[in-house]
Design a protein around this ligand. Structure first.
Ligand SMILES: Nc1nc2c(ncn2[C@@H]2O[C@H](COP(=O)(O)OP(=O)(O)OP(=O)(O)O)[C@@H](O)[C@H]2O)c(=O)[nH]1
Ligand SMILES: O=C([O-])CC(=O)C(=O)O
Ligand SMILES: [Mn+2]
Length: 609
């Protein structure tokens, strides 16, 4: 493949639809290495969507859902071994190991390149290689954040069309020489001449690799969203966090929410919770308190930078939602249900009902019979899950009924409050306010949560997850915390967002949730806004400023007063038990932990006595 044209391109004369020489050179290089049967530039058109979804139905990957119930929507269940992010196979390959830090897997870039080049050799044989240009964040930005994913998966192409601004418009933005992130993906399942394909090609060997210094991503062996849709975690968090560190901004695992008060005043809130800990639900909240409304700007990722006015502005780099299905229903998250019911949605690893609809645990109207995510007959008596706990829907953001009109504004929105939160059965109260930015950074740095099914590993085990970024940091966690401290030091403290810590998941002795969560979380949000407006009280405790039940608006809440008190309680003995765990965590992070975070730890110990 040494000629100027690219054989097989679009099945035509081989003339590529771009004159971007660096892109073309890379496409040729990858095609030569991976040996696909043909090369196609994805344009993001409706015609392409139809062609590829038809092809996926034909291949047995997709089932077209009932047109009346779920128009233009498909179910694609994965191989049972390929259902979540693989953190043990995720690498940050910086030149120096210290720059990947203690929280990341590391291998020297040259070694990883050599190892993966061997894996990629011939890995696309018998398949089509797609070149997928995309943009993270508004196309209208002064400095649009572009990328190109090369993939041999049709599932990835159609999913990228939902999750990113993909195709022709992004290719036009690339022009002839705009820089872009190179994101290479192969499912690692070449087909020999005449070999039949399987519905979900993947490989037992998996690598999700990042080269932060050269802003490159190499992914191999998995088709699952977080491993294969490279604009999402790989680019917008791991690579972008490294860019943000160099350039003075933040790339965070945060939802962006707009709250509108009864006085019609707008407040923007960003919140970082670990995977499957409630971002999508909070982002689409339907407030239960009269007069308050909410609108969504993003449910997973926020890029934040200081504006000329000194405030912190957030943009959502994504274009769709890749949300957890189980637990989502018309009561818990009506806005997510309306978004997916509008159609144009891809479902992965949920049940298929006899009338061609989807079902998952927690959805209303349990069917008498369905085909479960593994392809087996299922009834409510089966005693197994119809849907995998990490099953997901992939749906266009534009269909969200409460999408904020400013969602695509390249300026972003000014953030008034940042929330950190996790899943903790004990210890962590429903809400607390940090004393200041440095203390808030400490709360984020020591954030802890019980593990969920969003990644391989033991569900329920408590782990520290700094700013909910543990699996998504593209560089040393100590440097990252330093970056947070420094941003605060260099900003006008009056204009910085206030930082809060929430826990919707505290439980009583019998295991029941003490707080009903979901729409009722609006009561906590109202207190947060009232704190910003100096309208609500709080008690100063060793861990931060905490409301009493009397400080919250609880009219109409159907929860025992004792449960609310228990949800809000700061139990000094429980917090003392937390101290050695925090100590161990800071030791693990090592000497790069900033003094500001260490000082906060000492101060906490003092306050606990
Ligand atoms: N008890 C309780 N459960 C909640 C609440 N909010 C969300 N959940 C449950 O938490 C699970 C995951 O929530 P999501 O909102 O999808 O998680 P996410 O943080 O967006 O996750 P990722 O997409 O993995 O980053 C779902 O099963 C929800 O039903 C809440 O306020 N209370
Ligand atoms: O990346 C994914 O697969 C989904 C997600 O948002 C997460 O795990 O946090
Ligand atoms: Mn996420």
């Amino acid at each position: 493949m040494t000629s100027a044209t690219i054989p097989g391109l679009n099945g035509t004369d081989g003339t590529p639809p771009t004159e971007h020489s660096e892109l073309l050179a890379w496409v040729r290089e990858v095609a030569e290495l991976t040996q696909p049967d043909r090369v196609v530039f994805a344009d993001g058109s409706d015609e392409e969507w139809e062609r590829l979804t038809d092809q996926l139905v034909e291949a047995g990957t997709f089932t077209r859902l009932n047109e009346e119930k779920k128009p233009n929507s498909f179910l694609g269940n994965s191989d049972p071994s390929d259902v979540a992010r693989v953190e043990s196979r995720t690498y940050i390959c910086s030149e120096k190991q210290i720059d990947a830090g203690p929280t990341n897997n590391w291998m020297a870039p040259a070694e990883m390149r050599s190892l993966m080049t061997d894996l990629y050799r011939g890995s696309m044989r018998g398949r089509t290689m797609y070149v997928v240009p995309f943009c993270m964040g508004p196309l209208g930005a002064d400095d649009p954040k572009l990328g190109v994913e090369i993939t041999d998966s049709e599932y990835v192409v159609v999913s990228m069309r939902i999750m990113t601004r993909m195709g022709k418009a992004a290719l036009e933005k690339l022009g002839t020489d705009r820089p872009f992130v190179k994101a290479l993906h192969s499912v690692g399942a070449p087909l020999a001449e005449g070999q039949a394909d399987v519905p979900w090609p993947c490989n037992d060997t998996k690598y999700i690799t990042h080269f932060p210094e050269t802003r490159e991503i190499w992914s191999y062996g998995s088709g699952y969203g977080g491993n294969a849709l490279l604009g999402k975690k790989c680019y917008s968090l791991r690579i972008a966090s490294a860019m943000a560190h160099d350039e003075g901004w933040l790339a965070e695992h945060m939802l962006i929410l707009k709250l509108i008060s009864p006085e019609n005043k707008n407040y923007y809130v960003a919140a970082a919770f670990p995977s499957a800990c409630g971002k999508t639900n909070l982002a689409m909240i339907q407030p239960t308190i009269p007069g308050w409304r909410a609108e969504t700007l993003g449910d997973d990722i926020a890029w934040m930078r200081f504006g000329e006015d000194g405030r912190l502005y957030a943009v959502n780099p994504e274009f769709g939602f890749f949300g957890v299905a189980p637990g989502t229903n018309h009561a818990s998250n009506p806005n997510a249900m309306k978004t997916v019911e509008a159609g144009n949605t891809l479902y992965t690893n949920v049940g298929l009902t006899d009338d061609g609809d989807v079902w998952w645990e927690g959805l209303e109207d349990t069917p008498e019979h369905l085909i479960d995510w593994k392809g087996n007959d299922w009834t409510p008596e089966s005693g197994t899950n119809a849907a995998h706990p990490n099953s997901r829907y992939c749906t266009p953001m534009s269909q969200c009924p409460i999408l904020a009109p400013e969602w695509d504004d390249p300026q972003g929105v000014p953030i008034s409050a940042i929330l950190f939160g996790g899943r903790r059965k004990t210890t962590v109260p429903l809400v607390s306010e940090s004393f200041d930015w440095q203390h808030g950074t400490f709360l984020g740095a020591t954030l802890s949560s019980e593990q969920t099914a969003a990644a391989e590993g033991k569900v329920g085990a408590v782990r520290r997850d700094p700013m909910a970024m543990l699996p998504f940091l593209g560089y040393n966690a100590g440097d990252y915390l330093n970056h947070w401290i420094n941003l605060g030091k260099n900003a006008d403290s009056e204009k910085l967002p206030k930082i809060f810590y929430v826990n919707w998941f505290r439980r009583g002795d019998d295991g029941r949730f003490l707080w009903p969560g979901f729409g009722e979380n609006s009561r906590v949000l109202k207190w947060i806004i009232d704190r910003i407006e100096h309208k609500a009280d709080a008690v100063s405790t060793p861990i931060g400023l905490v409301p009493t039940a009397a400080d919250l608006t609880l009219d109409g809440l159907d929860v025992a007063a004792a449960d609310v008190d228990e949800a809000l309680a700061v139990n000094v003995e429980e917090w003392k038990a937390e101290i050695p765990l925090i100590e161990e965590w800071l030791e693990f992070l090592g000497e790069k932990v900033p003094s500001g975070v260490r000082d906060e730890f000492e101060a906490l110990k003092q306050r606990l006595g």
